[in-house]
Design a protein around this ligand. Structure first.
Ligand SMILES: *Cc1c(COP(=O)(O)O)cnc(C)c1O
Length: 342
């Protein structure tokens, strides 16, 4: 069992967190003269710094204890907080399996933390010898495992992830941004077994709320308390909290939309496979397809000229483009446009 306490940066371990007016008085009152707010207006009051209502709802939907839920201003904020809590700049290290989501590297750089990258194998899985390698890295504080992985689209082997959890003394963050599209189950049920495990999810993808900036983390209460102590006091604004509560309350709509996106993904895959320019399509557990084409730069530029934007990933995975599944109409237009190119 990893002792979280020993992983925390000394300055964070001894931090006295900022205590806002809303932290110091939490009950219901008639008159609030404690936060230097303007008494007039609609949005004049600070939002709930602990997002209690939204967390209660998420705890229920995800079937985890309330104390195990954290909400960030997007997952990107949570990734940054993890670096700030655990990695001493210029000394400690973090680890990713490449190619993967770009924010881990950006956040590492901003925090002056060396990032070790282990390349995924031919099947975009974690290579067998990674376990040995992980054990040999000094001052390794943070491991990011993105599953399903962006931009490859596949889920990583649960057995390998669990093996890493068993041997590693680092914080292991599993980024499940695409979990609602996956055939593989979330590992959220493991948070009770591994104090160093943190599951990252988001309302930006399946829940359709990217504009609100709501990132989710699930972990043991000790880790959640650390994130809470380090975050900016009012990191999730009132409108986002309100709209997220409404959306999460409508679980059925999310299920219907995910189903529609998965159906469209399969239609898109079949249509793409017929095209001359397409060399192959990788298996996807997400709402996008990684597609190997004969000339990615050419396809990308020609689509841009026709006002259709996809992601050119050829710098990262040779000759590959990443296509997000759109509406039925958008997907048809994409296919027709691609047909006219070949
Ligand atoms: C899109 C995405 C996110 C979401 O980030 P937010 O800041 O919550 O919008 C997180 N991780 C990965 C791998 C993603 O692709």
């Amino acid at each position: 069992m990893t002792d979280i306490q020993s992983l925390i940066r000394p300055n964070i371990a001894s931090l006295s967190p900022y205590s806002s007016a809303r932290d110091e008085f939490k009950g219901e009152a008639n008159i609030y003269l404690d936060a230097n707010e303007n008494p007039f207006g609609v949005y004049n009051r600070y939002p709930d710094p602990l997002q209690i209502q939204l967390k209660q709802q998420l705890a229920q939907v995800k079937n985890v204890p309330f104390e195990s839920v954290f909400i960030g201003n997007g997952s990107d904020e949570i990734i940054d907080l993890l670096f700030r809590i655990f990695c001493v700049p210029g000394r400690d290290k973090a680890l990713t399996f490449s190619p993967t989501y770009g924010m881990y590297a950006v956040s590492a750089c901003i925090n002056d933390v060396e990032l070790v990258e282990i390349p995924l194998n031919q099947k975009f899985q974690i290579p067998r010898d990674s376990i040995q390698k992980i054990k040999s890295i000094d001052d390794l504080k943070l491991i990011f495992i993105c599953s399903p992985n962006n931009p490859t689209g596949n889920s990583l082997s649960i057995d390998t992830i669990q093996e890493i959890l068993e041997v590693s003394n680092s914080i292991v963050a599993i980024d499940e941004a695409y979990i609602d599209f996956s055939t593989q189950d979330s590992l959220i049920n493991l948070i009770g077994s591994y104090p160093n495990l943190i599951i990252l999810q988001t309302l930006s993808k399946a829940w359709g709320l990217a504009a609100l900036r709501i990132g989710l983390a699930f972990a043991n209460p000790q880790l959640i308390q650390l994130l809470t102590a380090v975050k900016p006091p009012y990191n999730v604004n009132a409108l986002s909290q309100l709209e997220a509560i409404k959306a999460v309350g409508n679980y059925e709509l999310k299920v219907i939309q995910v189903q529609a996106i998965l159906t469209e993904r399969e239609k898109l895959k079949v249509a793409l496979e017929q095209l001359q320019i397409v060399e192959g399509i990788f298996p996807s557990d997400t709402n996008f397809l990684l597609v190997k084409v004969f000339n990615a730069d050419d396809v990308y530029e020609k689509l841009v000229e026709r006002k259709i934007i996809i992601r050119n990933r050829s710098q990262i995975i040779q000759d590959c483009i990443r296509i997000t599944v759109g509406t039925p109409e958008e997907n048809i237009e994409l296919i027709n446009t691609l047909k006219s190119l070949s």
